[in-house]
Design a protein around this ligand. Sequence first.
Ligand SMILES: *Cc1c(COP(=O)(O)O)cnc(C)c1O
Length: 386
Amino acid sequence: MFHHEDRDGMNNSNERLAQNGSPADLSPHAPIRAAVATSADYPFNRIEAAVKLDQNESAEDFPNELKALALNRLMRQPWNRYPDLNADSLRNAIAEYEQWPSAGIVVTTGSNVLIALLTQLAGIGRRVVTVTPNFPLYALGARLLDIALTEVPLRSDFSLDPAAVIAAIEQYAGSTEGNSGVLYLPQPHAPTGTLAGQQALCAILQASTNWMTVIDEAYHQFSGADSKSLARQFPNTALLRTFSKAWGLAGLRLGYALTTPEIARQLQKLVPPFAVSAMQTAVAQVALENPGYVTDRVNKIIAERERVIDELRTHPTWQVFSSAANFILIRTPDAKQAFDALLAQGVLVRRQDSLPGLSGCIRVSIGSQEDNDALLRAAFLIGIAS
Ligand SMILES: *Cc1c(COP(=O)(O)O)cnc(C)c1O
């Protein structure tokens, strides 16, 4: 049993430990490291709704005829054998699609895994620098490994402040925990949807040549830009890409890094052997051989994004920000009220109001035309109240 005050200030993982036996023991001899025990669970709640706009997934499923091709390929494969050691055949297919040397590609089960591994590769005992507000995983990975963390605020218009990022990198130069580390920048930025200029990124990369710089391009297809030429210019850079968004394959769990052969070789050491399954490989190969559907969908999503933004600009109480991704950020008078009112209309969105600088904000994925119409209807219905 524990007293209520013991639980105050404790997060879910501690409570779970406590419920399984005696209260969580955070002494150095406890079975669980304190950095893990005191970390919150990943902030996500699965909620059922008619219109699902909370995870920036593709509204459209992977095409049926491609599903059939993948299943057919799997039928002809032996399932009793281990797959490639390092996803070798899939890396070759990605190399061809991306026009990137396969020796500079690392594939894992989601780019989320690459974020954890890059932090292990170059962050432990050093420093992780990123921006805030931000995708929560960069900071979470640092906290779990007790790594010093610097979060550089975006400007008030959510644009990247290169001078501030450079200052954060240079601030600790010369100290053991600061001379190097990992720098994470999402491009376009999540969850604000802003796109940093090439000049701003270039200035940062120039100032961080002894850092592992990671540009997370999960949404790059929706921005019409990418950072490949920067990654070629600065060999300490890794670009992260995923099948979870534009490809419509979030259920597949595959992501990859584009980097130099040397960094890829080192990073690959941290990936467990045979980590990418034969099933994942077959589906991804079919997708990479038939990528035409992605371009069509991306164009549709971009057109829908601009339509939704235009319509929401006339909303009486919401402020909508422009976006280079497949989601939009909206400032409402009260995020909880807006979230609840939208959900009551069957529209599920994501609250972002607990992130620094995002009070009142919700994030809404751009879905199918019908999904977006449902959002707009609900938004104007509840408009005055929230
Ligand atoms: C969705 C998303 C990813 C993709 O993660 P996966 O593990 O590949 O599904 C990566 N970075 C950001 C910022 C994202 O929003």
